[in-house]
Write a protein that binds this ligand. Structure first.
Ligand code: HEM
Length: 320
């Protein structure tokens, strides 16, 4: 069944508390034997937040497990037939770890669900906020986008639909520029090589943790002209930008290669859909006398230090 508002709030709260405090806990990765004594309070705080997360998520995981067992026991029951939605948890319950030849345990499923929830929400909403902030700061970019939207939307249409998005190249350019200039994750997850590898003048030793600074890559003046400016047009009039890194790597907000973010296409769609609809419905302006401040603050993602404040005015339907 669908979750009610209260259940969603509880999940959100448990995830949020862990995410905003994450930076405090990274030091615990080093010398746990020592930090368990000298940073005991911090360990306790981490265990407490993790316990809250388990308390909230485990009941849902158990529900899906029960429903799966029932389906297997009684495949012809009406309830079993109705269970047509395959959830992420269902796929994790089915998963068999090939090397260890075992299923995932409950706590591993909690960690993966948590990764999926935070990886799939905070990243997209943070990028959306940065993009809208730039559209407020640079009204001429917002106006150009609105004019393109107007050219695509059919008479009487209330919303921009998924199919319309492909016809608005400037929209895609804005999203790409938002991801280049304000990637929500400045560093991709740690990676490692399975044997020593020589890259240029460097040896990368087997199993050393390699963390790539994706943000700096997108701001490299040797690759990008005037890299710190917000200029979506740089993504226009060229062949489609290759975000997966198969042809070349000029920026990598989603990582690249085999471990590229699995939610990459979904989040591009979400961002295009939201920005198009938010701009077609409202004109976004700076609050009187306020300049939009683009300073950053590190939380789980790189967020706006001063969250966006904007004045929205409904555009008249005739405008569309
Ligand atoms: C603006 C939106 C997003 C950005 C910038 C982003 C970025 C990233 C990056 C940089 C990684 C690490 C890649 C690497 O290891 O090299 C990653 C991994 C991941 N992302 Fe995203 N992501 C976004 C949206 C999403 C969405 C919508 C979902 C799910 C619906 C998602 C789920 C995941 C998961 C599960 C992983 C871990 C994959 C693994 O361990 O191999 N992300 N993402």
């Amino acid at each position: 069944d669908k979750l009610d508002e209260n259940q969603i709030k509880k999940i959100e709260e448990a995830e949020h508390q862990l995410l905003v405090n994450l930076h405090k806990f990274s030091i615990l990765n080093f010398c746990p034997r020592v930090t368990k004594i000298v940073l005991r309070k911090r360990w306790e705080e981490l265990f407490h937040l993790r316990k809250c997360q388990e308390d909230v998520l485990i009941p849902f995981i158990r529900e899906r497990k029960k429903a799966k067992e029932k389906r297997l026991r009684e495949p012809n029951m009406e309830d079993s037939k109705d269970e047509s939605v395959l959830s992420y948890v269902d796929t994790l319950l089915d998963l068999q770890l090939p090397d260890e030849k075992r299923k995932l345990n409950e706590l591993e499923i909690v960690s993966l669900c948590s990764e999926f929830l935070s990886g799939g929400t905070d990243t997209t909403t943070t990028t959306l906020q940065w993009i809208m902030a730039n559209l407020v700061k640079y009204p001429q970019i917002q106006e150009k986008l609105f004019m393109e939207i107007k050219g695509v939307v059919r008479d009487g249409e209330e919303k921009i639909k998924e199919d319309d998005l492909k016809q608005i190249p400037y929209l895609k350019a804005i999203i790409l520029e938002g991801l280049r200039r304000h990637p929500p994750l400045h560093f991709v997850f740690p990676h490692a090589v399975t044997e020593d590898v020589v890259v240029g003048d460097y040896v990368i030793p087997k199993e050393a943790a390699i963390v790539i600074n994706a943000a700096e890559m997108g701001w490299d003046p040797k690759v990008w002209e005037d890299p710190m400016s917000f200029n979506p047009s740089r993504f226009l009039n060229k062949e489609t930008f290759d975000m997966t890194g198969r042809r070349e790597i000029k920026m990598m907000p989603f990582g690249v290669g085999r471990r590229i973010c699995p939610g990459y296409a979904l989040s591009m769609l979400h961002m295009e859909y939201f920005v198009a609809n938010l701009v077609s419905k409202y004109e976004w302006k700076a609050v009187d006398g306020d300049d939009v401040d683009l300073s950053e603050k590190q939380e789980f993602t790189m967020v706006m230090k001063n969250p966006l404040q904007a004045q929205l005015s409904l555009r008249s339907k005739l405008n569309l």
